[in-house]
Design a protein around this ligand. Structure first.
Ligand SMILES: Nc1nc2c(ncn2[C@@H]2O[C@H](COP(=O)(O)OP(=O)(O)OP(=O)(O)O)[C@@H](O)[C@H]2O)c(=O)[nH]1
Length: 320
């Protein structure tokens, strides 16, 4: 397996010999990280996001139970699978470890084959969980986030903008004359074109929190947290350019000889709208305006500081 695809296992044990034995055992199949105490375990878990932690229960500075509790309390590390490795071999110790949320409990002295088998089993569970999460959040055709994921992220970003007082921009992007494209080139070619547009939209996202998602049909939505109207409009205008630059021939379009998109966007400042739906409605109204004005253009609406919604600035429309 390619090393970049290897799953990561963090071995946390205060005993150097145990670390070495476990490390060597796992090394051929996994990327192995080592930690010699509780503080190091927490730091490496947060920094490297391992898939699994083999966690010694008895460590002098912070025992394994406390490490697990702190891992679970931090959203960044809360989902990492943990297997306790412990010299405490009474059934109640094992039951206690599992009750705390460990995936498994292995007693010392451990048997190498059993350790490997259990590690493999739990890493398979981790892979399956990731696949399910992906299926639930990703649109199969475009491989962008799906509508469900967008709704979830939008709700969170709306709240975050409300708390932080930072602006939030949202744009709806719709392929022009796509019905004619399907009619002229066939539905499979339409799917390929939609995937190319989606890939271009995904690549245009610059910050980790920016999100491009499939809103429905041939419509995409772009969510740009902490981005004001000026920057959002510029990003989206470049994206419109980039789609035209794909030079996907569209002989049946009255807009251009190539596939183009229209985009409607709106920027929200805390206090300018009451409900998340209002921003989507404003972007949708701008998309309609861009279509009416001839397509292949961006139309934007900007709400001012503390105005009562819907006191938007005069719309800007342009086919840059
Ligand atoms: N190939 C393909 N076509 C799709 C998909 N989703 C929606 N469509 C098509 O997109 C077309 C959208 O058509 P309309 O809403 O009439 O708009 P349009 O032809 O793009 O025209 P304007 O938006 O007004 O420029 C329909 O023909 C849908 O069948 C998809 O996943 N794949």
């Amino acid at each position: 397996m390619n090393p970049v695809e290897m799953q990561k296992v963090l071995v946390a044990d205060d005993d150097a010999i145990n670390r070495e034995v476990l490390g060597e055992l796992l090394m051929p199949e996994y990327t192995v990280l080592l930690a010699k105490n509780g503080a190091q375990t927490l730091e490496r878990a947060a920094r490297h996001a391992p898939d699994l932690i083999l966690l010694d229960v008895m460590m002098p500075d912070m025992d394994g139970y406390e490490v697990l509790r702190r891992l679970r309390a931090d959203p960044q590390t809360a989902h990492i699978a943990v297997i306790f490795i412990s010299g405490l071999d009474r059934p109640e110790d094992e039951a206690n470890g599992l009750k705390m949320g460990a995936a498994d409990y292995i007693t010392k002295p451990f048997n190498a084959t059993v350790v490997m088998a259990r590690v493999a089993l739990h890493l398979q569970v981790v892979r399956q969980r990731r696949m399910l999460e992906r299926l639930a959040n990703v649109d199969g055709l475009t491989e962008l986030a799906n509508r469900r994921r967008f709704d979830e992220v939008y709700g969170m970003e709306w709240q975050r903008a409300r708390r932080s007082g930072r602006p939030l921009s949202l744009a709806l992007l719709d392929i022009d004359a796509f019905k004619q494209y399907n009619d002229r080139y066939g539905h499979p070619a339409g799917d390929r074109a939609l995937r190319s547009v989606a890939r271009t939209a995904g690549a245009a996202m610059r910050r980790p929190a920016d999100l491009a998602a499939r809103y429905g049909g041939e419509e995409l939505v772009l969510l740009l947290p902490e981005t004001g109207a000026l920057d959002a409009r510029e990003l989206v205008s470049h994206l419109r350019d980039a789609v035209a630059g794909l030079a996907i021939a569209h002989e049946s379009s009255s807009v251009a000889p190539v596939l183009t998109v229209s985009v409607g966007g709106a920027s929200w400042y805390p206090g300018s709208a009451e409900q998340p739906a209002e921003l989507v409605e404003a972007a949708d109204a701008e998309l309609y305006r861009a279509k009416q004005a001839g397509r292949n253009r961006v139309s934007w609406r900007e709400a001012t500081g503390n105005d009562n919604f819907p006191a938007w600035h005069a719309p800007w429309s342009g086919a840059l």
